[in-house]
Design a protein around this ligand. Sequence first.
Ligand SMILES: [Mn+2]
Length: 277
Amino acid sequence: MATYAIGDIHGCFKTFQRLLRRIAFDPWQDRLWLVGDLVNRGPRSLEVLRWAVEHEGRVVAVLGNHDLHLLARAGGVAGARKRDTLEAVLEAPDRDDLLGWLRTRPLIHRDGETLMVHAGLFPGWRPRQAERLARDVEKRLRGEEAAALLLSIEERAAERWKEGLVGFERARVALAGFARLRTLDSTGRMCAGFSGPPAEAPRGCRPWFAVRGRRSAGVTVIFGHWAALGLKTGGGIAALDTGCAWGRQLTGLRLDDWRLFQEPAAEGRARAASVAS
Ligand SMILES: [Mn+2]
């Protein structure tokens, strides 16, 4: 039995299936950790969702911002964006089952000293605190505040974590961390408009994992979301979004021995020009 963490699939179902063949994935024995953004940008989000639901006993998937965007569109909270490729899911006869499954995914998954999140952790968060926050936000995403939380992700605000936050505001800022965080300025505010490589970050903006004194440094954090960062493993992190939807690769990391597996994108390079969010 092995456990593989896999980067942002973004509807690249063909590449995903090829990667599973490459790693000789055994659905009876092995487990998959998916870092989120299963859907959008690539052409086959519907197939990815159906596969994940069919294999739900072997799959742990955390919610990414594009998964949340799909839920926002399905709920009438958000309209279509220019590069959305979500129509097939929204029009599928089994959409309610698929969206119901997606809506109930966690924001953080932790197994011992390994923690998976889609985008990142605010530097002030201890792992236990981040888990408690995730459980709180997950509950709200299933309740009456769901629409307002989904809308907050659409608005992409430059949020800043503070210990004194309470209630909905606390949940909203936490969700921005889980689903959208890349870099922060020296005051701890997200440099929200920036999605490029770290070397091109605006002055004073640092990757969340590079902030000195980060309180989650005691666990290994597996994440995706940042295609322009690319593959980065070691130093307590594994960044696995290698831009499958941009014509690059889909990456799998075997958590048992940290061996890497990469599959070139089979979906072509039609959208390779941009690597924004
Ligand atoms: Mn993302």
